[in-house]
Ligand binder design. Structure first.
Ligand code: GLY
Length: 370
């Protein structure tokens, strides 16, 4: 069954389709968006090898010329050089403003191809076809596009909404187990930040989602995207509630920065431990019942995600080094720390000007070095 959700942005509303087999049906959904039957598909070597014959075959069978732009896998391509490469290849293909870019892959490809589409000939339409759980439930929806700078991750970018998102659940069949677990961190994040009933269900059935049981997976992806669509429609440019989607990200980014944004700690894993820490920090500040922090931690750990600093190979961390990274977070204002904290499971809020002194005490209590 295919579920259709709408991201209700005025003038730029778009559908997110969720279900199996969407790749094979892609032409029927994409063709109506085209002024002439031409598209460029940006994907990495891995996705190209696994899935591109199906997507290109489906488009070409419907008379759409589908050019492949294949890039190297990995975060390194989300760079100025990677952006230049994609834009120059689009120019060499002669893509016109009325043509379409298709971002076919995980978060790296979505961010890079989306940003290229945002600036190519001052903006060209693009479609997201996310192939990882993390990109299906989070990064493919909402129009955040970016590359990294030597100064930090995602610092150069634009809001550029896709015209359509096709979240084909069949793509997840070939996803490595570690990537499933990473995507699940973002799924549980939605329950923790705004839907206690969804969290209750994940507490019981989360392992089914990670094991890719079709019904559980469809329910988890559907609810996650519905929450994201609702929040993005309320606050496209993150002036308010969209910041809640960063639950776990302030702690998580600091840990990712310390571990070099690589295989040692993947983004989803950082979100998992970050959510657990955000709940424990909320409890330590007396904002949230300790029992909710325990439940959050248990459910995150049950999926195989780290929840404690001691779970990470780079442990021990220096408290001041972590705080220095937090001060560089995009949410920081005038150097003051902003966190997403919680009153209870299902009720997160934006906490501005968080005092670094209790934060330092908390990090040391968590095992960081003074
Ligand atoms: N990943 C957070 C957001 O899209 O706002």
């Amino acid at each position: 069954m295919i579920e259709t959700l709408r991201v209700g942005l005025q003038g730029r509303a778009y559908d997110v389709l969720i279900g199996p087999g969407l790749i094979d049906a892609a032409a029927a959904h994409i063709k109506p968006l085209l002024k002439r039957p031409v598209a460029a598909i940006v994907m990495d070597d891995t996705v190209s090898g696994l899935h591109s014959p199906r997507l290109i075959g489906a488009l070409e069978a419907a008379g759409v010329t589908a050019h492949a732009i294949v890039i190297r896998p990995g975060e390194e391509t989300k760079s100025w050089a990677g952006l230049e490469d994609v834009c120059e290849r689009l120019l060499a293909l002669g893509l016109e403003r009325g043509d379409l870019v298709i971002a076919f892959g995980g978060g790296v490809v979505g961010d890079l191809a989306g940003f290229a589409a945002a600036i190519y000939k001052r903006g060209i339409d693009f479609v997201q076809i996310p192939t990882t759980l993390l990109s299906q439930v989070d990064s493919s929806v909402g129009g955040k596009t970016a590359i990294d700078s030597p100064h930090g991750k995602n610092l150069i970018g634009a809001f550029h909404q896709p015209r359509l998102v096709l979240a084909d659940l069949g793509m997840l069949d070939t996803l490595p187990a570690r990537e499933m677990v990473c995507g699940y961190a973002e799924v549980i994040k939605y329950g923790l930040l705004g839907d206690a009933a969804f969290f209750d269900w994940l507490e019981a059935d989360g392992p089914e989602v990670v094991a890719r049981a079709p019904e559980a997976l469809a329910r988890a992806v559907g609810r996650s995207i519905a929450m994201k669509a609702e929040i993005v429609a309320l606050d496209e440019k993150e002036a308010g509630p969209r910041a809640l989607l960063n639950l776990g990200h302030t702690f998580g980014h600091a840990l990712e920065s310390e571990t070099g944004f690589g295989e040692a700690l993947k983004h989803g894993e950082a979100v998992g431990i970050g959510c657990a820490m955000a709940f424990r920090f909320s409890a330590a500040l007396g904002l949230c019942p300790g029992q909710d922090a325990v439940r959050a931690e248990r459910a995150i750990a049950a999926a195989g995600l780290p929840t404690r600093l001691a779970d990470l190979s780079a442990h021990p961390f220096k408290a001041d080094a972590l705080i220095a990274h937090m001060a560089q977070d995009k949410k920081a204002e005038g150097g003051a720390l902003t966190f997403i904290l919680a009153r209870r499971i299902g009720e997160a809020f934006v906490a501005k000007s968080v005092d670094p002194a209790p934060l330092r005490d908390f990090l040391i209590a968590e095992g960081a070095l003074a």
